[in-house]
Ligand binder design. Structure first.
Ligand SMILES: [Zn+2]
Length: 156
């Protein structure tokens, strides 16, 4: 086998792997709510929406915040507070609804939806902003608000 044919072989192998991965991701994502490109950047590729412009940054209605991708209930409006950071902030979450992972930056704690692994934002502890001393800093694009009087959509 020449070096050239080996390179071709490796490229083909990588192509097959990538194709299978994309197909797998499509099947996985199809089960969930369809996302627009901005939502996908945040929820799937862990981007952060710009501060102070999110739909729920300055928003204090009574209800429940669910995952925008899978409808799992994540936060109650009772735990939402004004942190001034520019993103929706919560000092509590619905039990077992989110998971905490070390962020690839090695400093922060990433938070994800427990049900679909969608990216939500980051957790910050010890800031003394509320009695619970915790801030779940969430992208508006990762969540959807359901008013108190409305029925929650079915979890996917
Ligand atoms: Zn989810």
């Amino acid at each position: 086998m020449t070096v050239y044919s080996l390179i071709i072989y490796i490229q083909q192998y990588q192509y097959v792997i990538r194709t299978f991965k994309n197909l797998f991701m499509q099947v996985i994502l199809m089960e969930y709510n369809k996302l627009n490109p901005e939502e996908e950047q945040v929820i799937v590729y862990k981007a952060t929406e710009p501060p102070f412009i999110g739909e729920y940054d300055n928003f204090y209605e009574e209800g429940i915040y669910i995952c925008r991708r899978c409808n799992a209930p994540l936060f109650s409006s009772k735990s939402k507070f004004s942190s001034g950071c520019g993103w929706p902030s919560f000092d509590e979450y619905i039990p077992n609804s989110i998971k905490h992972l070390p962020d690839p930056d090695g400093i922060r704690i990433e938070i994800q939806c427990s049900n679909c692994d969608g990216h939500l934002g980051h957790e910050f502890l010890g800031e003394n902003l509320t009695k619970k001393n915790r801030r779940e800093c969430v992208n508006s694009l990762s969540i959807r608000f359901i008013p108190k009087e409305k029925e929650l959509p079915k979890r996917k």
